[in-house]
Design a binder for this molecule. Structure first.
Ligand SMILES: *[C@@H]1O[C@H](CO)[C@@H](O)[C@H](O)[C@H]1NC(C)=O
Ligand SMILES: *[C@@H]1O[C@H](CO)[C@@H](O)[C@H](O)[C@H]1NC(C)=O
Length: 177
């Protein structure tokens, strides 16, 4: 945990050095704040659907951080092979070397898939799996990991219990209140 945090901090410092600070969201440099922003954004959206709030879990966040660091070294981010928890990924890249994101951005991106989702039935198309996991009613705990470097931002969110179970969508993905 400690090692993971300091690696993140090192990356952030590297980003900060080369860039005019006004271009940066200073909040992105703070892993604790990033996690809280992600949690709050999840819970903001969950509330709109009458789903109970998630809580942050350090074990899950360490797990998420570990994978965020792994995928930041890969040419293309991919899911953990057989993750223990539900897992959403986000990867953003900018030509601006100092590009940074706060913890809300990736959740907003995932939630946008709502426009492709049909409530009240099992999904028949792909492309809404991030959205359904964000609001999945019976998920309770959240872990968040992120790495930012060279204008790129990776975010991993882990959910326990995991969402997106076949046959369970109607009860776990309720429409907007
Ligand atoms: C956090 O998650 C881990 C792994 O699922 C679990 O064992 C632990 O009880 C959780 N911690 C809390 C405070 O709920
Ligand atoms: C988001 O998380 C859920 C739950 O683990 C998973 O089923 C889904 O594939 C993820 N979505 C994407 C597109 O990665």
């Amino acid at each position: 945990m400690l090692i993971q945090v300091s690696i993140f901090v090192l990356c952030s410092v590297a980003v900060l050095e080369g860039v005019v600070s006004a271009e940066l969201d200073p909040r992105a440099a703070d892993l604790t704040a990033f996690r809280k922003q992600s949690l709050d954004r999840h819970n903001h959206y969950r509330k709109l659907h009458g789903c109970p709030p998630l809580v942050l879990n350090d074990t899950l966040s360490a797990y998420a951080q570990e994978w965020a660091q792994e995928i930041s070294l890969m040419p293309k981010p991919k899911h953990r092979p057989a993750p223990k928890y539900g897992e959403n990924l986000s990867y953003a890249s900018s030509s601006k070397a100092g590009y940074a994101e706060n913890g809300e951005k990736s959740v907003d991106r995932w939630y946008k898939e709502i426009s492709k989702y049909t409530f009240g039935e099992e999904p028949t198309k792909s492309g809404t799996g991030h959205f359904t996991q964000v609001i999945w009613k019976s998920s309770k705990q959240l872990g968040v990991g992120t790495v930012a470097k060279d204008g790129k931002v990776w975010v991993v969110a882990n959910y326990d219990p995991r969402g997106n179970f076949k046959g369970k969508y109607r009860e776990n993905v309720p429409p907007l209140l």
